[in-house]
Design a protein around this ligand. Sequence first.
Ligand SMILES: *Cc1c(COP(=O)(O)O)cnc(C)c1O
Length: 252
Amino acid sequence: MTMTPEQSSRARELAHRLRSVRNRIAAATAPDGQNEPHLIVVTKYFPASDVRILRDLGVRDVGENKDQEAAAKAAELADPELNWHFIGQLQSNKAKSVVRYAASVHSVDRLSLVSALGKAMGAEQRRRADGGVPQRPDLSCFIQVDLRPGPAREADPGRGGAAPEDVAGLADAVAGTTGLRLAGLMAVAPLGEDPDAAFGRLNSLSLQLQQNHPQARSISAGMSGDLEAALANGATHLRIGSDVLGARPPVR
Ligand SMILES: *Cc1c(COP(=O)(O)O)cnc(C)c1O
C-alpha cells in the first residue's frame, strides 16, 4: 500500500518512539535471563491506521479501554495476528462484546464480572460452533488490584480494582469458570505514591496468589511514566500508551 506523506511521517514518528520505549525496556530488564516482558501498546483514542503502522513495526499486543472503540478498531483491522487486551473498567453488560475480539481482560475486579465473562465465553463458543467458526482460546483474566491504602479506597470507591483481601476469592472464581484462564494480577500505581513501593506490594500479592494458583504468574504493571519501577518489581506485561503514540488527543 502506498502511503500519503502524512502517513509516512506518522510511521516514522511511531517507529522512532517505539524504538526508544523498547530501548528503555531493554535497559531496565536484567541481563541475567529475566524473561523479556510483553509490551502492550495502548492505542486508546488513536485511529486504527496507527494500529496498522504499529503492527507493521512488529507490535502484536494492543490495549484499549473502551469496548465501543476497541470493537470498531478490531473489526476494521480484522487481523488475526493482533492480540487485543481490554484494560479499562468493564461493565458486565459489555462482556458479550469484549469476548468477540479480546484475548485478555486486565480489569477483572468483582465476582459479578467473572460470572458475566464466563457466560459470555460460553455464548461466544456456541455462536462460533453454530457458524462453523473455530473455537477461540480461553479468555486470559488478570485480577485488577486497587493498591491505594484502605482509607483512600473507601473514601473514593469505584476507581476500578479489587481490595487486596478480595484477590484470593476472585482468583478461585476465575480459575473455576469454564472459558476463563487466570493469568495473574494487574494494577495501576496510585497517584502521589512512589510506584516502586506500590509495585512491591503487587509483587508480594502475586507471590501469595501463586501459592494457590502456581500458573498465575503474570503481572500487568507499568505505564509510560513508571515502566522501570514495574520491571524492577517483576512486571511481565507493560501497558504503554503516550510514550509510543504521543500525547493523547483531547477527548472527543
Ligand atoms: C491509558 C492507560 C495506560 C497507558 O498509559 P500511558 O501513561 O499513556 O502509558 C495503561 N494502563 C491503563 C489502565 C490505562 O488506562
